[in-house]
Ligand binder design. Sequence first.
Ligand code: ZN
Length: 316
Amino acid sequence: MPRWKRLIGLRQPDPDLYALSDAACNPAAGGPQATPAPGDDAPATLEIRYLGTAGFVISDGCHTVVLDPYLTRPGLLASLTRPLVPDTALIARLIPEADDVLIGHAHYDHILDAPDLCRQTGARLIGSSTAVQVGIAAGLPPEQLLATAGREDIASGPWTVRGLPSLHGRIFGRIPFPGDLHAPPPWPPRMADLPHGLVLNWLVDTGGLRVMHIDSADFIDTELAGHRCDIVCLCAIGRQARPNYVRDIVKHLRPKWIIPCHWDTMITPVEAEPDLLPGVDLPGFLREIEAEGVTPLLTPILGRQLFDQPGDAGPA
Ligand SMILES: [Zn+2]
């Protein structure tokens, strides 16, 4: 680790923490690999790949939904001082397929790479009206843009996705870059050109498993209550600002697994060893999850978790 990083107190995650993950769901530990065959009623395995920050790829081999992709990750100085240019080749190499791309909120570390990914794959960009303004700025055609105010089921191939209105967490006591876009921002944008817009927690229902994506550390109790899920992708940064964060998530959603996200600094190259965000207590987060009776699946960046799907999953 460079000296300047040590001087400002950056650390890397303890590799032992990854071992807390359920070995049966971890391909690195010899878990099953999805091999859906044409004509199968239901792919038996769902793969969730972590992209760093709040990014995930959810795929059963037949259908792929991507959430909050952000692979470009310029360094700290470039992020703060220059327009942010998506790394088209990197996006194509690491996310070759997508049917739909869902945006939790429109901050740069959640949306910057989404329009490029949609352009390369033909996927739709689905998110708030602010997220759609970002897609327009990047040149996506109307047929690849879908705005939602949440609370509506949206067909995504054989799956259903639904945005639940939510809130942005407080980082060091304040909500960064609040507000909405009512016109396309400059493209490529600077960090401050992208306010968060409506925040959406995404529920992805594959027919066999239900996955909730919470990309910022706050939420609205009445929106989440009663939406039972199998897996929650849960933001780590800012969780201390929300009293009973993990406890209330588990009370509302009753998940079996929680995959922590948004715990790294997002300024290291995506294929390099990540640094922990200052203020993120990852061991404490994992302990809180376990204390609620849920299995934490801490996943390395670009690592994967595999889940068996019940036999009635997918299209008939
Ligand atoms: Zn944000």
